[in-house]
Design a protein around this ligand. Sequence first.
Ligand code: CP3
Length: 346
Amino acid sequence: MTSPLLAALRSEPVPHTPVWFMRQAGRSLPEYRKLREGTKMLDACRDPELVSEITLQPVRRHGVDAAIFFSDIVVPLQAAGVDVEIVPGVGPVIDSPVRSRSDIAALPELDAADIPDITESIQRVTAELGDATPLIGFAGAPFTLASYLIEGGPSKNHEKTKSLMASDPDAFSELLAKLARISATFIDVQLRAGAKAFQLFDSWAGYLSREDYDAHVLEHSASVFSALAGHEVPSIHFGVQTGELLNSMSQAGSTAVGVDFRVDLAAAATRVQPGQALQGNLDPALLFAPWEALAPRVEAIVRKGLDLDGGFVFNLGHGVLPDTDPEVPGRIVDLVHEVSADILGR
Ligand code: CP3
C-alpha cells in the first residue's frame, strides 16, 4: 500500500491526513541535544550513524508519517569543496564569498562520488524505517544557496545578491545554474539510496518580487525538478513569505507546494496549478500556546486541507522552533490523524 504521505503528495485518496514537521529533528528534542554534544553540525551531517539516529528520533517520538533526512542545505556545497561552517545561533558562514565572475567560474561541481556517506546514511535510515514510513530527501534551492554564497552568511536584506542579479544577470544565471546541478545531484544520490520523496527549500525566495523571481530564479529551480523527473517520486517546493510567488513556484514542476502560515490554504489553492497538492501551514509559534488554544487551530487547518481539490499534507508554515515543548508535536500528530480519519470515514 502506498503511504498516506506519498498518496497525499500525488493528490490520491488517503485514510487520514499525513503529517510531518519541518525541522522535526533538532534542538527541540532533548535526545538530539544529547547526541550532538561535542560534535559540530557539519561533522554530524557526514556521520552515517549519527545521521540515521537523529533522523529516526522524531519518528519514534512523534509518530509522524514521514522522516526527513537529517542534513543541511550547505552539506553539498561543503562536499563539493566550498569552505563553509555552521555557526551555532547564526547559520551557515562562507569563508570566501562568491562575488565575481571568476569566483563563479571557480565554484566546484558536486560529484556523487564526493558523498558516499549520504548514500550510507540513507540506506541505514530506510532499512530501519521499512516500507511504512517514507524518507523525504531535500536540498536547498539555487537562489537560497546563492544568497548564502554571495552574502557570506545569513542576510537580512540580500543586498549583494540582488545587486549581482540586477547588474550582471548572465553571471547570476550561471551561478544559479551551477547550484541547480549541485542540488539535483545531492537529491539524486538521496533518491537512488532509498528516499521516496523530496523537498526543495527556497527559504529566501520570499525576499524577491515576482518579476525578479520569474526573470532570474524560476527556470533554475525548475531545472532541479526536471533533472529528477525520471525518479517519478512526489516532490514539494517550499519557501517562506512566498504568498505572492505561489503561482510562479507552482510552475517549477513539483507535485506539491509548501505554504507558509501567512496564506490561507483556500487562497493558496487558487494560486497553484489545478489539483496540485498543498503542504502546511500551522504557525510554529502557536505550538507555544496552551493546548486548549492550539487544538482548534490544528483542527481548522485539517478541515481546510480536506476541503481542497488536491491532496493535503499537514505541516508547519516553517520549521519547529528550538524551544518548542517536545511533547506538543506528537499531540498534534494524534489530533490530525483523529480528526481527518473521522471526517474521511463519514
Ligand atoms: O527539517 C529537518 O528536521 C531536517 C534537517 C534540516 C536542517 N536544516 C537541520 C539543521 C533541514 C531540512 C535544513 C535546511 C536548512 N538549513 C534551511 C532551509 C529550511 C529553512 O529553515 O528555511 C536553511 C535556511 C538552512 C541553513 C541553516 N542551517 C540555518 C539557518 C541553521 C540554524 C543555525 C542556528 O544555530 O540557529 C542551520 C543549522 C541547522 N540545520 C540545525 C539543524 C537541526 C541547528 C544546528 C544545531 O543543532 O546546532
